[in-house]
Design a protein around this ligand. Sequence first.
Ligand code: HEC
Length: 225
Amino acid sequence: MLKHKHSNLTGQASSRIILAIVMVAEVALFVSCKTKSFTQLEYMPDMYRQMSVRPQESDPSAPSGVGMRQPPAGTIPRHWQPYMLSLADTAEANATNNPLPPTAEVMAAGQKYYSNYCIVCHGARGDGLGYIVPKMTMPPQLFNDKVMKWSDGRIYHVITHGQGLMMSYASQLLPEQRWAIIHYVRALQRAARPTEEDLRMAKMSPYTLEDDLPDTAKAKLWPEK
Ligand code: HEC
């Protein structure tokens, strides 16, 4: 066979090389296994040791020595619109209109954010039968007479400030996401309290509300007793 035709010397040299590789690998294995509490070798250490101040780190150059700084008083992030109405300004809120048109894209976004943030309490149909009920007090139906009469701005007011047991969603949802949700809430209202015309149109449609409910609405989260 070809292998046996090599000289003895070449054979010895190659087995030495293999041995050396095995030894180096073994040493590397032991060194890396010795302790896990600190890194033995830092490859490209500037990835770890940066000039930037990380969250919770101190910064001697900061006035208070605290790394995380407060924005200067009276400043707001770029493009951020402050909500000027206080909780009690319900009449002004009621006079505010939805700046978004109810396009298919907006409705899809509304459904998505409703499913992420509201469904858990208000339920897929807005009937107050969210997964959390009855572990938490059942919220009112979003198609009750009061909310049906409210303007979009008044619903926006509730999402932004919260109401009673419901907390504010201003920190989780951008203004346009809140407005999109309201269009979707209007669709849920219409599904729950359809007009004669809506019913007539629904009969001609191949779809039902059930087809359109998010998958999460069909899942059973709590086992039945
Ligand atoms: C943690 C549960 C919970 C979540 C999540 C929640 N709500 Fe509520 N919501 C409530 C409860 C409870 C009330 C009744 C509060 C009260 O008046 O005491 C309420 C009230 C409301 C009302 C006023 C209804 C009325 O008849 O006064 C609207 C509108 C509303 N929620 C919309 C939303 C929207 C839109 C979302 C998603 C962005 C949302 N809620 C998320 C629990 C929740």
